[in-house]
Design a protein around this ligand. Sequence first.
Ligand code: SF4
Length: 230
Amino acid sequence: MTRATTLAALNQRIVVCELCQRLRAHCTDVARMRRRAYADWEYWGKPVPSFGDPKAHVLALGLAPGAHGSNRTGRPFTGDGSGDFLFPVLCEAGFASQAKATRLDDGMKLTDLWISSAVRCAPPGNKPTPEEQRNCAPWLDQEIKLLKNLRVVVCLGRIAFDGLLAYESRSGKLPARPRFVFAHGAEYTLPSGLIAIASYHPSLQNTNTGKLTREMLLKVFRRARELAEQ
Ligand code: SF4
């Protein structure tokens, strides 16, 4: 895999990636069948590129696109229940220009924040295989290196947290037995110097049950801002 020299060039490569046959087939099938509520949509159906402020000090790292969310709209956390929970929080914390993310041309602007995911194609049942996670990891490696001002990574869910630790490990920086444990609100300075904040993922399963509340997520992003400004 040759290296991209800008985040825009990296995104152009990501959207044509075909490495995971199972995921590509699933995304294409979902885009063809569509959900009745979105029958008039032309689904994105490709790997979902990251978006935000290329000068960001903070990265929000998710799990993977939702089949009828990002896989439909083409932008992370846009057009699904997770985004409906996340963006009002990002707006209140000063990272997002508006609380609603519905489609690519909705006017959303991020400041000091870049949003990405550990896996960039929607997986069946929201469960990518370990092999698919490994396949997609080199995109994250390149992305982190291109985010020149990056200081803080908010890991939305355990798979994102493990993905960031795997990045550190591939970079040869993580000790053989790292002592970083996933827990909501846990904060670690990693050997690379990046600060990781772990958070429960804003999935409907977590937000509808109260496992993750708006206040809990807001606290995480306010802390990320505080750390980024130090
Ligand atoms: S999940 Fe990642 S590696 Fe796999 S096809 Fe999609 S973009 Fe490529």
